[in-house]
Design a protein around this ligand. Structure first.
Ligand code: SF4
Length: 155
């Protein structure tokens, strides 16, 4: 069975930086969960960060800093490596990750100035997974993910 790595917060786990979840109420997701296809992971927690934690954004030089300048790059990298290890262990080729996050963002991330402006880009985990052949989708791309999943299941 093709499994899908999912941002834990999208499955209702209260692991966001602000201690909240971002649970998705969606029929496709519910079906995949009932099929036992979903594996939840929060890369930031896996990388050793607490809940709640300071918001962080990717800087132009690639480092991940909090608004106070604390460098969390190594924790974000460790979380991305944990996600990749899970994908390798489970043979996962698909991921559904939370848009906008400096770890999970699939297509957009905040611009590093902490002023609420996002730009095209991907989070640390999304980038690493893609470099190793995992297809990453945002929660706004569930239909596209379903299409790819269907194609993988076809003979
Ligand atoms: Fe959700 Fe990813 Fe942020 Fe964890 S790192 S709270 S899974 S968006």
């Amino acid at each position: 069975m093709h499994k899908i790595l999912v941002s834990a917060c999208l499955l209702g786990a209260p692991v966001r930086y602000d201690g909240r979840s971002q649970g998705l109420d969606n029929g496709l997701l519910a079906r995949w969960q009932a099929e036992g296809r979903l594996l939840a992971l929060c890369p930031e927690v896996a990388g050793g960060l607490p809940v709640p934690r300071a918001a962080a954004e990717i800087q132009a030089d690639g480092r991940v800093l909090t608004i106070n300048g604390l460098d969390l790059t190594s924790a974000f990298t460790a979380g991305a490596e944990a996600a990749l290890a899970l994908c390798r262990q489970q043979g996962i080729r698909l991921a559904l990750l939370k848009e906008g996050s400096p770890s999970c963002g699939a297509n957009r991330v905040y611009d590093g100035r902490f002023c609420g402006v996002s730009q095209a880009g991907a989070g640390v985990t999304s980038r690493l997974l893609r470099q190793h052949g995992v297809q990453v989708f945002a929660e706004t791309q569930l239909e596209a993910l379903a299409t790819v999943l269907q194609a993988l299941r076809s003979p």
